[in-house]
Design a protein around this ligand. Structure first.
Ligand SMILES: Cc1cc2nc3c(=O)[nH]c(=O)nc-3n(C[C@H](O)[C@H](O)[C@H](O)COP(=O)(O)OP(=O)(O)OC[C@H]3O[C@@H](n4cnc5c(N)ncnc54)[C@H](O)[C@@H]3O)c2cc1C
Length: 259
């Protein structure tokens, strides 16, 4: 089986990690093709046009290889037990949920779904005196993986925008990393601006909603002059539109902002 060819996995467990975060453990023999160290890489979960999961690879044939795809971070992969942990933000409280959040909320142990991947791992550039992580709950799995892989002497801050105070979760990070929990776009952007920014050699890792990302990117690039090599910035979703439409917007944005 090739690296990105879809494969079937089974839900081993589903638990509400925090108020708005659902943790699924997916398992299956097919995961034996995933590399040992793929934490924080991404997978695509595959859905039918009506939002139902693609439960086996035979279903894909009826879609001419064009399923609806949703992108999620591998929070943790255990190559020995062939288990993959994925954390899903449950964003459907205003009635406008999407196939992925809806499936994650309602699936149960024994259900199956097809996934593809893994995609690239995007870790922070650790070659800096001070590190800044910033993200909303969709980026929390990737930030958690990043923090766990830092050297013990790393210094910096992780600013995380959560939906509710009860969405805080314990993070494993070096002592020199301050974790700041905020709520909402304004608090998030203020927390980024209000850092002392006293170091000259800084690395930034930031992922969040599209329009918030654009404001943050403007600040990092224009005001703080963070170089390309020291800046990972990405929008993970956009308010009001699905992942397909967001992908198109992201491509246009990338063309306009290419250096
Ligand atoms: C590299 C990468 C890694 C990602 N990792 C994760 C991850 O580990 N966990 C995770 O939860 N998300 C992650 N995301 C974000 C996730 O892919 C999107 O939130 C996706 O749109 C969810 O799909 P859906 O089917 O639930 O909703 P869609 O069908 O895409 O959208 C339906 C509606 O829901 C809205 N919506 C989508 N996401 C959110 C949200 N988070 N909050 C509020 N409204 C929303 C949309 O604006 C739209 O109006 C990642 C994205 C990328 C690019």
């Amino acid at each position: 089986m090739s690296k990105r060819e879809p494969c079937q996995v089974t839900v081993k467990s589903a638990e509400r990690l925090t108020t708005n975060m659902q943790r699924l453990v997916l398992s299956g023999e097919s995961l034996s093709r995933f590399p040992v160290n793929c934490d924080s890489g991404y997978i695509k979960l595959l859905f039918m046009p009506d939002g139902a999961p693609v439960t086996d690879t035979a279903c894909l044939e009826s879609l001419n290889g064009k399923p609806v795809m949703r992108t999620y971070t591998i929070r943790q992969f255990n190559a020995e037990t062939l288990e993959m942990t994925v954390d899903f933000v449950l964003h459907g409280h205003d009635g406008h949920t999407g196939p992925a959040a809806n499936w994650a909320e309602h699936c149960k142990a024994g259900d199956t779904i097809c996934i593809a991947g893994p995609g690239d791992i995007k870790l922070i550039n650790q070659d800096a005196q001070w590190l800044l992580f910033a993200g909303d709950m969709t980026a929390l799995p990737a930030i958690s993986c990043n923090l766990e892989q830092l050297p013990a002497n790393a210094r910096g801050v992780a600013i995380i925008d959560i939906l509710n105070d009860s969405d805080q979760q314990p993070l494993i990070a070096p002592e020199g990393i301050e974790v700041i929990w905020v709520k909402g776009r304004d608090e998030f952007l203020s927390a980024i601006h209000n850092q002392s920014w006293s170091y000259t050699n800084v690395s930034v890792w930031c992922a969040c909603e599209f329009s918030v990302m654009r404001e943050a990117r403007q600040f990092f690039k224009m005001e703080k002059c963070i170089s390309k090599e020291k800046l990972y910035i990405s929008s993970y979703w956009k308010q009001g539109i699905s992942e397909e439409e967001h992908k198109v917007l992201k491509q246009k944005d990338a063309v306009h902002t290419a250096d």
